[in-house]
Design a protein around this ligand. Structure first.
Ligand code: C2E
Ligand code: CA
Ligand code: CA
Length: 594
């Protein structure tokens, strides 16, 4: 697949039709295999008259398959009767070849035997032409075959939604371009574009709006790229389709140019600027930004895998730096990601190596001052780094998907621990486990909870799942479904870090929740800070109006506790009573309760 002319062919086909019109497939490569040099010459001359320009020919049939692999023709005209290796054998070999199996093959045969023709069709010949070839018939059959191939390619190489080339196209295009550039003094740049936070929009507004937005964004991206960005390089065609959609919300641009650095930066800046204006989709005004990573050939990699991986690394850094920006790949990015990678690998093994710990922090009833629950908080006992806090590894675990197994481990361990305390005759308490967004997104999460409850035999009402306000509000419909499934099992739900998100009272009412946890940031400055005091007061009121238990986290002073007590807050948690401690220490705290 090359070139814009292919894309435009449907229009040209519709407007042409007369036999005198030159072919719309002028850039197609036609391969001819015939043991008669004269036949090849005649065919070639005739087809040139029809406007075809690119030919690959051979009289030696044993070399045909290798040549086809190398030159990647769009169609093959294949003689049937040849010494050494006959046409049927070549055809068979092509149909069995991973890369060539879809190549259209038109068989040229002087044989009048219907038997041979049938055999050729059975072997997958696309069409048959009698020799000597009638020129106008050949022209017509060739056009039909190439048209069919064109539509087939469209399906295989273009994205249906945006009409842009797809990932497969991009990879093959990149591979060809690199191969051609490798000899010359030409550079190439690969831009890896990721739309920031597209998933959130898609989740919040539904896939229809998401799809429409993607199409609009694709159009903007395409408009940000101009022919002048590509200073034509000798021997490097294929700048007609520089933009591809390579993933859900990911696009790539290939820029072959002797000055790829300037060219790619210009394009990237134009893309960022082009997205700045809002989109209007289905009555919504939406804003999109993009993070762009750029890798250069040959400096940043001389094969497609390395080049793409490095463009991707650069893109992630642009994202980390606050999104809506571009970043050239640079070796230091790689060493940062290698460090990250090694931490990631260590974290991957942490469960098996039994390096993870749960610490427990008491949740205390403000009125009676008794421990009524515990929050399980994860720690990583790293062999070299020592005790690592969750803020150091939970984000990495979320990014890499490891949080699913880490979270499951925490849930099971916490349930088993609580059950063990109860079996040991300690006062029964509830156990709270933190749930991250990634875990909650996963449909199987409900099963994970069920498994942990069954395995531990703990009373389900003793399990509290702490979900942050933003996780709950991100996808209200899905959240409600999930929460009802959790409630049905008997477990309870707590809204963590409450006050930092954007929940409204009415949206809270929609969810079957049991508890609000006032975020530590509000508790910190009470009672002095009047704003915070007012917020805490309001949260307690809201919570009680909705029939929820209200918990204050991060309580460090008696002043704070006295204020909370006056306002009717139900439960507190904080260093004032105890830091999070290992299970044995917590057990001692519980025993003292009796
Ligand atoms: P969080 O859910 O808000 O947990 C409360 C954090 O506040 C804990 O930090 C706790 O040690 C700390 N804290 C408690 N009382 C006080 C206090 O009086 N003063 C101060 N300054 N801090 C207090 P930690 O243990 O470092 O955990 C940090 C965050 O990591 C947690 O915030 C939670 O979001 C996450 N996390 C911890 N364990 C898990 C887990 O098993 N799964 C998931 N998904 N997240 C976890
Ligand atoms: Ca929590
Ligand atoms: Ca918190």
């Amino acid at each position: 697949m090359t070139g814009r002319d292919r894309l435009d062919t449907p229009i040209m086909l519709a407007s042409s039709g007369s036999s005198s019109a030159r072919t719309p497939f002028a850039s197609s490569t036609i391969m001819i295999v015939d043991d008669e040099p004269t036949t090849i010459e005649i065919l070639e001359m005739f087809l040139q008259g029809e406007g075809y320009d690119h030919f690959v020919t051979t009289t030696e049939s044993p070399k045909a398959v290798a040549l086809a692999r190398q030159k990647r023709p769009d169609v093959l005209l294949l003689d049937l009767m040849m010494p050494e290796v006959g046409g049927l054998d070549v055809l068979r070999a092509i149909r069995n070849d991973e890369e060539l199996r879809h190549l259209p093959v038109i068989i040229l045969t002087s044989s009048t035997e219907p038997e041979t023709k049938l055999q050729a069709l059975e072997l997958g010949a696309t069409d048959l032409l009698a020799k000597p070839v009638d020129p106008s018939e050949l022209a017509l059959r060739l056009k039909n075959t190439l048209t069919a191939k064109f539509y087939q390619d469209r399906l295989a190489y273009y994205d249906r939604l945006t009409g842009l080339p797809n990932r497969r196209f991009f990879m093959e295009h990149l591979e060809r371009t690199l191969r051609r550039a490798a000899g010359g003094a030409t550079e190439c740049a690969v831009l890896y574009i990721n739309l920031d936070r597209f998933k959130q929009i898609n989740d919040a507004l539904g896939y229809k709006v998401g799809d429409a937005l993607l199409c609009a964004a694709a159009e903007r991206l395409a408009r940000s790229i101009r022919p002048t960005d590509f200073i034509a390089a000798p021997g490097i065609p294929g700048i007609d389709d520089p933009l591809s959609r390579v993933g859900g919300d990911e696009f790539s641009v290939l820029i072959p140019s002797p000055s790829a650095v300037e060219g790619s930066e210009r394009v990237a800046r134009r893309i960022v600027a082009g997205l700045a204006e809002s989109f209007h989709v289905d009555g919504h005004e939406l804003f999109l930004t993009a993070s762009i990573g750029i890798a250069l050939f040959p400096a940043d990699g001389d094969d497609i895998e390395t080049l793409l991986a490095n463009a991707n690394i650069a893109m992630s850094h642009a994202k980390k730096r606050g999104r809506n920006d571009l970043q050239f790949y640079d070796r230091s990015l790689n060493s940062a990601s290698i460090q990250r990678l090694s931490l990631e690998n260590q974290l991957r093994r942490a469960i098996d190596h039994k390096e993870l710990r749960l610490y427990y922090q008491p949740k205390v009833d403000i009125e009676t001052d008794r421990i009524i629950g515990a929050e399980a908080l994860m720690r990583w006992e790293h062999p070299e780094l020592g005790l690592v806090g969750p803020d150091q590894f939970i984000p990495l675990a979320e990014e890499t998907g490891l949080i699913t197994s880490l979270g499951e481990w925490a849930l099971r361990t916490a349930c088993q621990q609580n059950r063990a305390w109860q079996t040991a005759g300690l006062p029964p308490i509830s156990i709270a486990v933190n749930v991250s967004a990634k875990q909650f997104e996963n449909e199987r999460f409900v099963e994970t909870i069920r498994g942990a409850l069954e395995e531990s035999q703990m009373d389900p009402t003793h399990l509290v799942l702490e979900l942050t306000e933003s996780v709950i509000m991100e996808n209200p419909t899905k959240t409600a479904k999930m929460l009802y499934a959790i409630k049905e099992m008997g477990a309870r739900v707590s809204v963590d870090d409450f006050g930092t998100g954007y929940s409204s009272l009415s949206s809270l009412k929609r969810f079957p929740i049991d508890e609000l946890k006032i975020d530590r940031s509000f508790v910190q400055n009470i009672p002095q800070d009047e704003d915070d005091a007012a917020i805490v007061n309001a949260i307690v009121l809201i919570g009680h109006t909705l029939g929820l238990t209200v918990v204050a986290e991060g309580v460090e002073t008696l002043d704070q506790l006295a204020f909370l007590s006056r306002r009717g807050c139900d439960t507190f948690q904080g260093f004032l009573r105890s830091r999070p401690v290992p299970a044995e220490d917590f057990q001692r705290l519980l025993r003292e309760e009796r």
